[in-house]
Write a protein that binds this ligand. Structure first.
Ligand SMILES: [Zn+2]
Ligand SMILES: [Zn+2]
Length: 243
């Protein structure tokens, strides 16, 4: 059976040679990622020292410590982590995934993130995954919710349930990208609501999205999840901005 599978893979490689999602060069053993070792080594990572609460990385060396923002105004989530910095090739990959509808990029993005934050994540004893929802009009326009697609890969890999409609976006919000930090907080305030309290009460929730910038969306979602009785909310994104 293994030989048949190997033969099939070899034939498929001949017809459709596996290429790197970033540099488009041929990769003989592409695996599930389809990103060549050279490109992978160059991807911008979030590394310590960082804020253990919001996950923002600090410049230089030293121990992890809470950032000024988390000290003065702690978020509603218990911790946030991203594997990549939202720049360079990762920014391009996420952009292609979301706006050019290259939905097959969900696998390398989700799997690399899982691998990068695996130790942190397994220590959280998560019960279920809740993706950050899109408003129904945005969902109609895009055709998919990127957080749900990433969530499916992560749910399968970690053998965890995902509840895509536990949290809903009740109000259409402006794209956060064009707004200042203060405007972002106002923009998402009261925009989310928990629809399935019975799934959330007493649970340790992994709140999932593709990118975190100021963290205001994650904070607002976490506030609602906690109101609905979630004991812990761990916010996970593929990438985050450095500041
Ligand atoms: Zn490459
Ligand atoms: Zn912080």
């Amino acid at each position: 059976m293994i030989q048949v599978k190997q033969l099939f893979t070899a034939l498929l490689d001949l017809i459709l040679p596996p290429t790197c999602h970033i540099c488009h060069s041929f990769i003989p053993n592409a695996g599930a990622l389809h990103i060549c070792p050279t490109c992978r080594d160059q991807l911008p990572l979030v590394t310590s020292p960082l804020c253990p609460l919001c996950g923002i990385p600090f410049i230089g060396i030293g121990n992890d410590h809470r950032c000024g923002k988390c000290l003065s105004n702690p978020p509603h989530f218990d911790a946030a982590r991203a594997h990549f910095l939202y720049e360079g090739s990762i920014r391009d990959l996420i952009h292609s995934f979301k706006y050019n509808r290259l939905t097959h990029l969900r696998s390398p993005l989700a799997l690399m993130t899982l691998e990068g934050i695996h130790t942190f994540l397994t220590a959280q004893d998560i019960h279920l995954i809740v993706p950050v929802p899109l408003h129904r009009s945005r969902l109609r326009q895009r055709g998919f919710n990127q957080a749900v697609l990433l969530g499916r890969v992560i749910a399968r890999d970690l053998s965890l349930p995902m509840v895509p409609d536990a949290l809903i976006r009740t109000r259409q919000t402006e794209p956060q990208i064009e707004l200042s930090a203060a405007e972002r907080r106002v923009n998402v305030k009261g925009a989310f609501s928990v629809k399935k309290t019975e799934c959330i009460a007493g649970k340790r929730v992994l709140l999932l999205d593709d990118v975190m910038t100021t963290g205001s969306t994650m904070d607002e979602c976490a506030k609602e999840l906690k109101k609905a009785g979630a004991t812990t909310v761990i916010a996970v994104t593929v990438a985050r901005t450095a500041r």
